[in-house]
Write a protein that binds this ligand. Structure first.
Ligand code: AMP
Length: 420
């Protein structure tokens, strides 16, 4: 072991488990790539003000969990705690919204950082795959994103997840509701921090997980009763489109989520096998965010799905992903001349698109065959001086346990034919 360890709240992705993370990223991004979303990559850090303004000063993410620092040059930066603000910043900077075809649809995959209290499913470094549809107010777009996330989870074989859906209203109706809620909250017996939160962002008090707070919230005014007609009609259309697609969801009028920029549609994907960190993904509409970070009005919607928690959800459901063995052919050479020839054959196999590996380190037959077994390869190719003198190699089918000589010149074709 080295004297160093992965920092608290982080972990390394290592084989064989790491292949699951790749498969999850692939499964989530697949439906997006198939639906007009283009790939975007932004820096791992940004001007700290982008998150303070975009995500919200009063949110836990910004006020408690951000890795903010000053550079040697005096810039105030922060490791990105989430993806949406960066993606919107990049789209605005590149004027993607001025190129005529709105919405601009983008997807991303990357690492995010929050200084959280680590526990299972909650880390200081985690990864998300996300999607943003920028510059259109259309309930079909909200529905599209929810349907694509559902498709992604299902393609992985997940079944025990639920979709929670709510509308947070818009700049017409939310302020009226906010005031009504604040009036109600002022009459409760709350601790100082919660009272402060009630003044800055009262909706987030509804999200408080503590039982004594939840008990007091019975009878609180509900946003549903304050939605303006436009918001109501919009939400009904989103619901109808998702329902028509056969995607089940639950109305959750308490769902507000921890970021300030959401308006209208908000949703969360929860998995029932994960205990307290049950949210595997979430998102919603953020019609005001562009203006909050200095851009034009660009109503948008997006989501981010957590890769770490999706892997935990797969484990909770006992889903085994169908991941093909990384290596198809493992070459075992006995003697110097055989080494040179077989190494050449491995290169040839790889260039033909066949996954191949080689026994390195000058091992004997027994040790090398152990490596072949461990690699999960379907075939081992074994050759010594005598085989080469006859112009053949021994091709061993590791599943059937049978071995037969194959002419050296025919090896690539033979392997290809047998793999097919
Ligand atoms: P959020 O940006 O908070 O809406 O998070 C979206 C998704 O990212 C969540 O549903 C989780 O799956 C994942 N996520 C957020 N924070 C963490 C964390 N600290 N550790 C692991 N996954 C996280």
């Amino acid at each position: 072991m080295s004297t160093f360890k992965a920092p608290k709240g982080t972990y390394d992705l290592i084989p064989p488990v790491s292949v699951k993370y790749l498969a999850v990223r692939e499964a989530i991004s697949g439906p997006l790539r198939n639906s007009g979303y283009g790939y975007i990559e932004t820096p791992g850090f940004e001007d700290v003000g982008l998150f303070a303004r975009g995500v919200g000063e009063s949110t836990d993410i910004v006020s408690k969990e951000m890795y903010a620092f000053e550079t040697k040059g005096g810039d105030q930066l922060a490791l990105r705690p989430e993806g949406t603000a960066s993606v919107l910043r990049a789209a605005l900077e590149a004027s993607l919204h001025k190129q005529g075809n709105l919405p601009v649809k983008l997807w991303y995959s990357g690492s995010y950082y929050r200084y959280e209290r680590p526990q299972k499913g909650r880390y200081r470094h985690f990864s998300q795959v996300g999607a943003e549809a920028i510059g259109a107010e259309d309930p079909a777009l909200d529905a599209e994103l929810i349907i694509l996330a559902d498709q992604a989870y299902r393609s992985l074989g997940l079944r025990n997840f639920r979709i929670l859906l709510n509308s947070l209203g818009d700049k017409e109706c939310r302020p009226v509701y906010r005031e009504a809620l604040q009036g109600f909250l002022r009459g409760l017996d709350l601790d100082a921090e919660t009272i402060r939160r009630a003044e800055i962002n009262p909706l987030r008090v509804l999200d408080d997980k503590r039982a004594d707070v939840q008990k007091q919230l019975v009878g609180a005014p509900m946003l549903r009763d304050y939605l303006c007609d436009a918001c109501k009609a919009y939400h009904e259309e989103v619901r109808a489109l998702i329902t028509a697609a056969g995607v089940a969801f639950e109305d959750d009028e308490k769902l507000v989520r921890g970021l300030d920029y959401y308006t209208r549609t908000t949703f969360e994907f929860v998995h029932d096998g994960l205990g307290s960190q049950s949210a595997v993904g979430g998102g919603g509409r953020y019609d005001g965010l562009s203006e909050m970070i200095g851009g034009p009005a660009l109503p948008s919607v997006g989501w981010a799905l957590g890769v770490d928690r999706t892997v935990l959800a797969l484990e909770a459901e006992g889903v085994e992903l169908d991941i093909p063995a990384a290596t198809s052919v493992f070459a075992v050479a006995l003697g110097e001349e055989a080494r040179r020839v077989l190494f050449g054959k491995v290169t040839e196999l790889r260039r033909a698109g066949i996954a191949a590996d080689f026994s390195y380190g000058g091992k004997g037959l027994k040790g090398a065959m152990k490596d072949a077994n461990r690699s999960g390869a379907r075939f081992a190719v074994v050759a010594g001086e005598r085989d080469l003198a006859e112009g053949v190699v021994q091709l061993k089918d590791m599943e059937a346990g049978e071995q037969s000589p194959v002419a050296l010149a025919d090896l690539v074709d033979e392997v290809r034919a047998r793999l097919a």
